[in-house]
Design a protein around this ligand. Structure first.
Ligand code: AMP
Ligand code: FE
Ligand code: FE
Ligand code: ZN
Length: 311
């Protein structure tokens, strides 16, 4: 009897060390190969820096690559993460805007460190930046520095004692509105998807986001139970939203790696790409000298506008 071939599946929510994951692009793609994914998307927080090396690793591995990002936004006082897929990672407006939020993140690290210093924890911001070694540093990197210097036994303790909301070193983060994030993604020819709605259960924001042009909702996520997934599948139907899913794997930074916990049937990737093509027609704003229409097939042939990652 011959083995039944594995049906094509995707993981559309993954992080590398270009934000707060621990994997390099090559390690990420090796893991995706081990799990036999046909397609993966990279969705690092507030950056698209890792997309070029991940696209290259995917090409070598024969895995389809979807460029992406996970933007930190706000709606009605709630922090909402918005995934952007199939966007042009060279879009100058996108790069300028996410650059502003990367600066916000860097300043916030300095503020968190200043608060820790006031609590007699002599951490240095420069050490956090060295450890982070990326443009979108955040609390997980401060937590790593706290563990490294033995102020905390592990990352969870660092969050519980210092970094969680309303703990003494917590600093709020200035965020764009959900509508701005959706517009930014659309203008770069991408598809905007609400990430892990089951994590903070703020369903009341969904109608306004749908009205602002939200394209999809992440029904399948490592931390969604079967019941939670069903709940958001019904919401997707009600608001005519695309369905996506991914593991939200951060490598080893939050316990064991979780890649493989979600296998999105490939049909949803087809629908995502169809929407991306429609969005590019409807919303794309190109500067007069911008000849490229899509980053996807050209990732390797377009000169890099971003400097290579050091080290
Ligand atoms: P930030 O964007 O700087 O506010 O940091 C948020 C990131 O911290 C998200 O990716 C969370 O998943 C991550 N995070 C939250 N709690 C923990 C924890 N206990 N250990 C490690 N990472 C965490
Ligand atoms: Fe994260
Ligand atoms: Fe998130
Ligand atoms: Zn994520």
């Amino acid at each position: 009897m011959s083995a039944v071939p594995k049906s094509k599946a995707a993981d559309l929510h993954l992080h590398t060390y270009f934000s707060d994951g621990t994997y390099s692009p090559q390690e990420l793609v090796q893991q995706a190969q081990r799990h036999e994914f046909a397609a993966i998307a990279l969705t690092d927080h507030d950056t698209v820096e890792g997309c070029v090396p991940t696209a290259q690793a995917c090409e070598e591995a024969g895995i389809e690559f979807i460029p992406g990002t996970e933007l930190t936004a706000e709606q009605e006082g709630h922090e909402i993460h918005i995934l952007g897929y199939c966007l042009d990672i060279y879009d100058s407006n996108l790069l300028t805007e996410i650059g502003k939020f990367q600066a916000v993140r860097q300043n916030r690290v300095r503020e968190m460190v200043a608060r820790l210093n006031q609590l007699n924890v002599p951490l240095q911001a420069e050490r956090v930046f060295e450890l982070a070694n990326c443009r979108a540093p955040g609390r997980p990197h401060v937590a790593r520095a706290l563990v490294e210097s033995h102020f905390c036994a592990n990352l969870d303790e660092a969050f519980e004692r210092f970094l969680k909301k309303d703990r003494p070193a917590w600093v709020p983060k200035f965020k764009m509105s959900a509508a701005e994030a959706i517009r930014l993604i659309h203008r770069a020819g991408g598809v905007a998807v609400m990430a892990h709605p089951g994590l903070n259960r703020t369903d009341e924001v969904i109608p306004a986001m749908a009205a602002a042009g939200l394209d999809g909702i992440e029904c399948f996520h490592t931390k969604h139970s079967a019941g939670t997934a069903q709940h958001y599948l019904r919401i997707a139907e009600r608001y005519q939203l695309l369905i996506t899913g991914g593991s939200d794997c951060h490598g080893a930074s939050k316990g064991r790696p979780v890649m493989g916990s979600v296998e999105l049937p490939y049909g949803h990737v087809e629908k995502l790409k169809t929407r991306a093509a429609a969005n590019a027609q409807a919303f794309r704003i190109l500067p007069a000298d911008h000849a490229r229409t899509s980053a996807l097939p050209h990732l390797n042939s377009v000169p890099q506008t971003e400097p290579a990652r050091p080290g």
